[in-house]
Design a protein around this ligand. Structure first.
Ligand SMILES: N[C@@H](CCC(=O)N[C@@H](CS)C(=O)NCC(=O)O)C(=O)O
Length: 228
C-alpha cells in the first residue's frame, strides 16, 4: 500500500496533461509527493477497479480511500491541505467558479468532437470545424470575459480568485488558461479585455513550486486536439 497519494490517469502516450493536470498542479503547489498510475487505465476503470466505484480518471487513492471527478478531487485536496477559502460565502463562490471552469473545458472539448463525442478528434477534423469556430468566436470570449469579471470582483483582480489567499480555484483557473493558450496560440494573444487574467496567469505560474514544475521538463506537452 502506497503511503503517498496515487494519481490514476491515462499515460503520456495516450493523452497530454488533460484533467490529470488539475490534480498534479495541486500536488506540485503543495510540494507533496505523488505517484502516477498510468498503465492500462481504460481497462482498469472498465472492469478491474476495486473499492468505491469511479466512472473515469483522474482518480486519487491513498490506502482504502479513492476519489474521482476532477473538481471534487481539487476541492478535497484544497480543504485537506489548506488551499481552501476561509468563510462559508467564499466556499460557495469558489464552488461556483470551479463549476464554471469545468463547464468551460467541457464545452471546449465538445467543440473538438462535434460529430462524435466518443471518437478521436482526428476522425472528425473536418466535420467539427464549425463547432470549433463557434467556440472560438462566441463561447471562449464569453467565458474569459466572465473569468476576468470574477477576478476583478476580488481585490480589483490583483490577488486571488477568492479571498486573500491561494485556493484550489486559482490552480484550476491557471490550468484552463494555460490549456487555452496552448490550444489556441493564434487566438489567445488577440483576445481582448482580459488584462487581469493574463497577469493572473503569469503571477500564479511564477509561484516557486509551480515555476519549478513548469521548468522541470516533467509536465506533459499539450496535445493541441481539444481543451482537455
Ligand atoms: N467529469 C469527469 C470527466 C472525466 C473524464 O472525462 N475523464 C476522461 C479522461 S480526461 C476519460 O478517460 N473518460 C473515460 C470515460 O468517460 O469513459 C471529471 O472531470 O473528472
Amino acid at each position: 500500500m502506497s503511503d503517498v497519494w496515487e494519481l490514476y490517469y491515462h499515460g503520456p502516450k495516450l493523452v497530454g496533461p488533460g484533467r490529470g493536470e488539475f490534480v498534479r498542479l495541486m500536488f506540485e503547489e503543495l510540494g507533496m509527493k505523488y505517484k502516477e498510475v498510468n498503465d492500462n487505465v481504460y481497462e482498469l476503470f472498465r472492469d478491474k477497479l476495486q473499492g468505491f466505484p469511479s466512472l473515469a480518471p483522474p482518480m486519487i487513492k491513498k490506502g482504502d480511500f479513492q476519489l474521482s471527478q476532477t473538481g471534487v478531487i481539487c476541492k478535497y485536496l484544497g480543504k485537506k491541505y489548506g488551499l481552501y477559502p476561509d468563510t462559508e460565502e467564499d466556499e460557495w463562490h469558489a464552488e461556483q467558479v470551479l463549476s464554471t471552469i469545468m463547464d468551460y473545458i467541457s464545452e471546449g472539448r465538445l467543440a473538438f468532437h462535434g460529430k462524435n463525442f466518443y471518437e478521436s478528434y482526428y476522425t472528425q477534423q473536418e466535420e467539427t470545424k464549425p463547432y470549433i469556430k463557434v467556440f472560438i468566436e462566441k463561447r471562449m470570449p464569453k467565458f474569459l470575459d466572465h473569468f476576468e469579471k470574477v477576478l476583478k470582483a476580488n481585490d480589483r483582480g490583483n490577488g486571488f480568485v477568492i479571498g486573500k489567499k491561494l485556493t484550489y480555484v486559482d490552480i484550476a483557473l491557471l490550468h484552463v488558461l494555460r490549456a487555452t493558450e496552448a490550444q489556441f496560440p493564434d487566438v489567445w494573444p488577440a483576445v481582448e479585455n482580459i488584462p487581469l487574467l493574463r497577469a493572473f496567469k503569469e503571477r500564479i505560474s511564477a509561484r516557486p513550486n509551480l515555476a519549478a514544475y513548469f521548468k522541470s521538463g516533467r509536465p506533459r506537452p499539450f496535445e493541441g486536439n481539444s481543451m482537455m
